[in-house]
Design a protein around this ligand. Structure first.
Ligand code: NCD
Length: 310
């Protein structure tokens, strides 16, 4: 058994974790039972209770965390609708975190407030905070499953030519992804966004290149990965809410791509990828979402076990 350096470590931004820590989680993911807990010793979270505090809608992140916990023998406790909590009575967020961290082993938090996770960590008395999306800032656990999917499909996390298309300003998955790709060697992130939705400077890394949105048809042929994201309508300021930023990746475009390119999307998709593309073997987005289960199991295993037995 090894001493676990990730024990009780929060994950708020992807670069809270070093390259070797990310690689460790990806390696642990391979050994997780997923939804097939055939060995009793995979009840790695037995006796642990993890609290969910989701203040924004979620399907994949929330459900994959819940299932991950249950398959590993842990329990969840859900803060539930805001209306049913004392936040409704005017209790502060800080006090809420102080109280629930006295009961649980970890808190998985999604909020529209970019500062919520950092604030929560101040008041959680060492109980780890897992950022499940903080406004339009970051979504680090999505980046972990994105990296896992790329590694699984292409066998490497370096020397990749990656196209990233869509709302790069408000899409938090992209912010964590570009940061994470820059810790590996020789990656290029070709950024393609409609005017006004460019990647904010603070997320720009040495791997990033700004490209013309309309050049996607030419550029696609050189990509190893194309990562599409939806326009984050709910986050657009009023002045641009009604702009038409929509774009579509269809089979005709895929015909110009490499035979082994992978097409990813954090989902939900609205109309960025046509349904016909789902049949293309390079469409990796459903597998990507499915990988969330083992990667989140590996993350929780790494954070909540004092000793690593794998
Ligand atoms: C993303 C999110 O919530 O940021 N969804 C997810 O967790 N897979 C992407 C999105 O909503 O566009």
């Amino acid at each position: 058994m090894n001493e676990n350096l990730l024990y009780k470590k929060s994950i708020i931004q992807i670069d809270d974790y070093s390259r070797s820590e990310i690689e460790l989680i990806l390696a642990h993911s391979e050994k997780m039972p997923g939804k097939d807990p055939f060995f009793p010793q995979t009840k790695f979270l037995e006796g642990k209770i993890i609290d969910l505090a989701f203040f924004e809608p979620s399907t994949r992140t929330r459900m994959s965390f819940e299932h991950a916990i249950k398959y590993l023998g842990g329990s969840i406790c859900d803060l539930g609708d805001l209306d049913k909590t004392s936040l409704k009575k005017g209790e502060s967020f800080e006090d809420t975190i102080k109280i629930i961290s006295g009961y649980c082993n970890a808190i998985i938090l999604r909020s529209s407030d970019e500062k919520a996770c950092i604030e929560a960590k101040k008041y959680s008395d060492g109980v780890p905070i897992i950022n499940a999306g903080n406004g339009s800032d970051e979504h680090p656990t999505q980046a972990l499953l994105d990296l896992y999917t790329i590694k699984k499909k292409l066998g490497r996390l370096d020397c990749l030519n990656v196209g990233i298309i869509g709302d790069l300003k408000y899409g938090r998955t992209v912010h964590s992804l570009v940061k994470s790709l820059s810790i590996f060697e020789g990656n290029t992130c070709n950024l393609l966004s409609p005017k006004g939705l460019e990647l904010p400077e603070k997320y720009f890394t040495k791997s990033c290149i700004n490209c013309e949105f309309s050049d996607i048809n030419d550029l696609i042929k050189d990509f190893d990965v194309l990562y599409a994201t939806r326009i984050q309508k709910e986050r657009l300021p009023n002045e641009i809410k009604d702009e038409n930023y929509s774009y579509e990746i269809n089979q005709k475009m895929m015909d110009n791509a490499k035979k082994n390119m992978i097409l990813m999307h954090p989902l939900p998709r609205i109309n960025e990828i046509t349904a016909e593309v789902d049949m293309d073997p390079r469409a990796a987005y459903f597998e990507q979402a499915k990988n969330g289960l083992i990667v989140r199991q590996a993350l929780l295993y790494s954070i909540l076990r004092k000793k690593i037995i794998l």
